[in-house]
Design a protein around this ligand. Structure first.
Ligand SMILES: Nc1nc2c(c(=O)[nH]1)N[C@H]1C(S)=C(S)[C@@H](COP(=O)(O)OP(=O)(O)OC[C@H]3O[C@@H](n4cnc5c(N)ncnc54)[C@H](O)[C@@H]3O)O[C@H]1N2
Ligand code: MOO
Length: 403
């Protein structure tokens, strides 16, 4: 069977998914969530003309020539407006954040004033609007603040709060069930017996899912039997995506696809023209009340993490209503590359941004069990299918690693 090109596999995955439902969350839980609607300001900011300094509110024309002494008639504190009006020859003690008293149009900082009871002497002249933040200078009611599909940052949450929003409409978090499979796997931190390795992928993938705005549910480790896989797959009911890890290839114990098919999954494709990542598959099944996407990732840790960025993160993006492309950069090869085979090769590399164009230096060992090479890579050099050998300095397309 011909291997499916990466772009076609991704297109298929994206076309299979729609944006999830909307829910309102409090600002305290809004960080990293994706807006389901565009958002406008509900109030002006500041909501009133406000003092930017501690000092004295005056009519600027009264202090155009100094020294001059004005009569103190009251005080305006933050949240404690002065209810009277400042008339000619008068001043009001004012503090940062307080509303400007009517009649006053300027604030003189207290360092430039000598107060003696009700007699306040100004040593520095002031202009209109000095140290005043005018109503709506930051934003006015109705101003567009955020776009639908925007992922909320700390700064966004600050702005939303200032703009009168206590909650925000966001897209429900996609739930991703992660199922490790294999008799050799033990939970990380457990001493390794003969032939055993740590089930590292689930933890790397859970981090990818959560950084991308999803909620990861670890289903643990299924053993290489149909019974164990069936049990584990049942635990995934209710998840929007079931990601299986390993058991996808052609070995006698690669039982994940048959187990998923037993559980009602219809596979749309299996095996892609990608290195690492060849045995990846994708399909869907009815699981509980919802239609569940099933993504089978290869067991090799590097393959599983890279494939998660290339396919799972965009799928999560689609469920959340936003695009999450990998940033592509034009670079030159820092080393010669041999001819490529029938799979698009995503080579782990260091990116030197101090040169123009940037230089991408591929790691010597591109084995998909080389977790250290993935961990210290900055980018992936994408080598097209059947590309000829290329000398150092050849132009290449590079994807910046953001996981
Ligand atoms: N005869 C062939 N053998 C293989 C082929 C092939 O085409 N013909 N493809 C190879 C490729 S490419 C890959 S990738 C692997 C992927 O196979 P599986 O998805 O079935 O993965 P496993 O065999 O279960 O595991 C591969 C490797 O990864 C380790 N592993 C598995 N799960 C985890 C986990 N959760 N955390 C950490 N490491 C994990 C596992 O122990 C193996 O070392 O197949 C090639 N073989
Ligand atoms: O293509 Mo397999 O995914 O690592 O080696």
């Amino acid at each position: 069977m011909a291997l499916l090109p990466v772009a076609e596999a991704l297109k298929h995955i994206l076309e299979s998914a729609d944006t999830l439902e909307t829910e309102d969350v409090s600002l305290r839980h809004a960080l990293g969530r994706t807006l389901a609607r565009s958002i406008e300001a509900r109030v002006d900011n500041p909501p009133f003309d406000a003092s930017a300094m501690d000092g004295y509110a005056v009519r600027a024309e009264d202090v155009s020539e100094v020294p001059v002494t004005l009569k103190l008639i009251g005080e305006a504190g933050a949240g404690q407006p002065f209810s009277g009006t400042v008339a000619k020859g008068q001043t009001v003690r004012i503090f940062t954040g307080a509303a400007m008293p009517s009649g006053a149009d300027s604030v003189v900082i207290q360092e430039n004033v000598t107060a003696d009871g009700a007699a306040v002497t100004f040593r520095e002249a002031a202009d209109r609007d000095d140290n005043v933040r005018p109503k709506g200078q930051d934003f006015t009611k109705g101003r567009a603040l955020f776009e639908k599909g925007q992922r909320l940052t700390a700064r966004d949450i600050l702005l939303a709060a200032a703009a009168g929003h206590g909650t925000l409409p966001v897209v429900r978090k996609p739930i991703v069930a992660l199922l490790a499979t294999g008799d050799e796997l033990v939970e990380p931190g457990t001493p390794l017996g003969p032939g055993q390795i740590s089930a590292s992928n689930s933890f790397g993938l859970a981090a990818v899912v959560e950084a991308a705005g999803g909620e990861a549910r670890l289903l643990g480790i299924a053993r290489d039997t149909l019974d164990s896989l069936d049990d584990a797959i049942r635990q995934a009911d209710g998840a929007d995506i079931l990601v299986t890890i390993g058991g996808a290839s052609v070995g006698d114990y690669d039982l994940v696809r048959p187990a998923l098919e037993n559980a009602g999954a219809k596979l749309a494709f299996y095996k892609i023209a990608m290195r690492p990542g060849k045995p990846l598959f994708f399909g869907s099944r009815t699981a509980g009340k919802n239609q569940q996407h099933c993504l089978g990732l290869p067991g090799n840790p590097v393959a599983s993490l890279i494939c998660s960025r290339v396919f799972l993160v965009p799928l999560l993006g689609r469920l959340l209503g936003r695009d999450v492309p990998l940033e592509a950069i034009d670079a030159v090869l820092g080393d010669a590359l041999p001819a490529n085979g029938p799979r698009e090769h995503y080579m782990r590399a260091r990116l030197d941004l101090t040169t123009a164009p940037p230089r991408a230096v591929p790691f010597k060992n591109q084995d998909s069990g080389m977790i250290t090479a993935l961990q210290c890579a900055d980018c992936l050099i994408v080598v097209p299918i059947d590309a000829p050998a290329q000398p150092a300095g050849s132009p290449v397309k590079v994807l910046k690693l953001d996981i």
